[in-house]
Ligand binder design. Structure first.
Ligand code: G3I
Ligand code: 9MR
Ligand code: ZN
Length: 611
């Protein structure tokens, strides 16, 4: 008996009959022969690669096996008593170009029970235990979103009894205007999230991050309503997702020049901080500009306008005064942008923190126009969008910090506004569906069942995997198709352990997560485990740091990764990477039994001030 080359998602009738026999005979033999070794945790093998958090009962459930010792059959056992519950064929091994591995697939999609289980392959070993159920991703969601609390600047942070010792005092409380900003003297330095493993705050990266999180609320808010993030604001009547985002919005608002409405690019020290805990970094957090008039940059101002327009409509039911403040700020940033559309940013002399430089801000501007129109319905924004969107459609795929057109197109198509242009809506919808269909096919054809192509393995590749899934979920919102959410889960499984390293790339999620992020608090706090809930940048074939450069030559793209604290181009965390993780985890949660949607935003157009 030979396993089929491509395992059918569900065994065919004949396979089922053969399997029944196999289960009867081998199930009995293996039960008695390997129950002991299956219970023995030392039998856990990295050769069985699976989502260490687990799978949804209703979705496809695949694990990967990369072992010299080719086996034919795998068993599923209950964690509590190692009882055998299911068996199936392993697929033939298929060569995977991204990793260079020969991958066998263990498909247990037709096993629909809930609980904790592990896979057992005689002669290979057993897998980590994982969960099956509808709520599998509730805790990963909680952890991934709560990681933003752990990135807060300007306030004492304490993860509490759940993670004892993970805390720091209020940090970076001294702010100033850098010469390049066009202003001078001390200034506020409160609020915001540390960008990554460094302590800088950057408007451009805040833009995509906050936009992704606000979209999470707009698409999946009701699923999250019951999940407290256990943050200082919890219980104040506003959803915790919005409470956490507000911390960053308040910082972004401080970055708008009150004199003209433009927005500075970043607030950081002039060089990256030493590897110390946040409150021990005593460098001054400086507002850094272009460094000639007009000092503010177009990409930052456009991202800011988009975010504040979103905040205008999303916070209206919870805090109307704040929503109005955001709306006013958005309109002013847009007006500045009309006068200054082409001001790009490069690090001024003497500044070596992250650049987030982007030579073309027209996509960010498109996003601002789309969000402003979605919130206000105003013709001025609409005509900018309609005059400019078309050239972005044909190449639109996933967003990234320098490429925001996808977010612009998505929000336009999702707006639900009556004044929507039908041609634009249909063009965008067709493109999103086409890309989603292509991704579904690509995932199905890839032995590791990811959407990743070899060119995706660059700095932050894990976020690219998450963003592919985000696109699939947006496509599902535009035109529902169960293949889209199912495919989105496949990239998530890759991130949570179904990868050549058999590692969960999210700290504190799964059984064996990466341990040494390029994350200053984790490196400096003296605690054994890293801070929880951080997504690693992931494999990076460009090898932009010495750790990756020193790995063996000729590694396949998916293998260029090392769990080393100095590998900032593969093992750092970043807010714009954790954000799509939050989005896709929210997308993997069940709808609430009795849907209680948050109060709908008022149907009347919002006043943005001055318009
Ligand atoms: O856009 C090109 C693409 O066309 C090309 O195919 C590809 C091949 O290498 O490169 C792409 O450019 C990359 C660019 O990011 C856009 O994604 C660069 O190679 C790559 O070096 C660059 O990396 C950025 C890195 O900063 C260096 O500037 C990362 O995206 C960005 O996430 C990272 O951000 C840092 C901040 O500067 C500081 N804080 C930490 C944060 C995360 O590491
Ligand atoms: O710690 C920095 C990290 O946050 C950035 O992503 C990375 C790239 O800009 O730079 C890191 O800082 C390193 C610097 O670039 C080179 N010297 C060593 C620094 C710390 O490892
Ligand atoms: Zn700080």
């Amino acid at each position: 008996m030979v396993a089929s080359a491509t395992p059918a998602r569900f065994p065919t009738g004949r396979t089922r009959a053969r399997l029944a026999v196999v289960r009867a005979i081998l199930g009995f033999l293996v039960l008695s022969a390997t129950a002991v070794s299956a219970q023995d945790p030392s039998a856990i093998t990295a050769a069985i690669q699976l989502d260490q958090a687990g799978y949804l009962s209703e979705a496809p459930k695949l694990a990967m096996v990369v072992a010299e010792n080719r086996q034919r059959i795998f068993y599923l056992r209950r964690e509590s008593d190692s009882e055998y519950v299911y068996a199936n064929w392993l697929s033939d091994a298929q060569p995977d170009a991204n990793s260079g591995d020969d991958v066998q697939i263990a498909d247990f999609s037709d096993f629909a029970e809930s609980g904790r289980f592990f896979l057992d392959i005689p002669e290979v070993g057993r897998s980590y235990a994982f969960q099956l159920g509808a709520e599998t991703f509730r805790r990963p969601y909680y952890l991934a979103m709560r990681s933003f609390y752990g990135q807060r600047c300007g306030i004492a942070v304490d993860l509490g009894p759940e993670f004892p010792g993970y805390r720091y005092a209020a940090c970076h409380t001294t702010g100033a205007y850098h010469d390049s900003s066009g202003k001078s003297g001390p200034r506020a330095s409160a609020y915001g999230w540390h960008d990554a493993g460094d302590y800088g705050r950057y408007i451009v990266n805040s833009g995509i991050t906050t936009g992704t999180l606000l979209m999470t609320h707009e698409l999946f808010g009701p699923r999250l309503a019951g999940t407290s993030l256990n943050i200082p604001e919890s219980g104040n009547g506003t959803p915790d997702l919005l409470n956490e985002i507000r911390w960053n919005l308040e910082w972004m608002l401080t970055m708008q020049d009150a004199d003209d409405g433009g927005v500075w690019h970043k607030q950081t020290s002039t060089a990256f901080a030493a590897f110390v805990i946040p409150d021990k970094d005593l460098t001054v957090s400086q507002v850094i500009g272009t460094p000639r008039s007009p000092y503010k940059s177009s990409c930052a101002s456009a991202d800011f306008a988009a975010i504040m327009a979103m905040a205008r409509r999303i916070y209206a039911p919870y805090d109307s005064a704040f929503a109005e403040r955001a709306g006013l700020a958005a309109a002013r940033a847009w007006d500045w942008l009309e006068l200054n559309p082409y001001v790009t940013f490069n690090n001024p002399q003497g500044v070596s923190t992250g650049e987030y430089g982007d030579g073309d801000c027209s996509d960010e501007r498109l996003w601002a126009a789309a969000e402003l129109w979605r919130t206000t319905g105003s013709d001025a924004y609409h005509s900018h969008f309609l005059a400019n969107y078309e050239r972005f459609v044909a190449s639109a795929s996933t967003p990234s910090w320098p490429h925001m057109a996808p977010m612009a197109l998505w929000t336009y198509a999702l707006s639900g506004r009556e004044s929507i242009d039908a041609t634009a809506r249909d063009l965008i919808g067709a493109r999103v569906t086409q890309v989603a269909n292509d991704l579904v096919d690509r995932i199905a054809a890839s032995p590791y069942r990811t959407a990743m192509t070899s060119s995706d393995f660059i700095w932050g590749s894990n976020a690219q995997a998450a963003n592919y899934s985000m696109l699939l979920l947006v496509a599902n919102a535009l035109s529902p198709d169960p293949r889209f959410p199912n495919a989105s889960l496949e990239n998530l499984h890759y991130l949570l352990g179904r990868n050549p390293f058999s590692v969960s790339w999210v700290t504190a999620v799964g059984s064996e997560w990466f341990k040494k992020p390029h994350h200053r608090p984790s490196a400096a706090d003296g605690l054994l485990e890293p801070w929880p809930d951080l997504l690693a940048g992931g494999p990076n074939k460009d090898r932009n740091d010495n750790i990756l450069l020193n790995l063996p030559a000729g590694l396949a793209p998916m293998k260029v990764w090392s769990d080393h604290p100095d590998s900032y181009s593969g093992n750092e965390n970043a807010i714009n990477w954790n954000a799509p993780l939050v989005f896709i985890l929210a997308g993997a949660l069940p709808d609430p039994p009795k849907p209680e949607p948050p109060p709908a935003p008022s149907a009347a157009p919002f006043r943005m001030g001055g318009r």
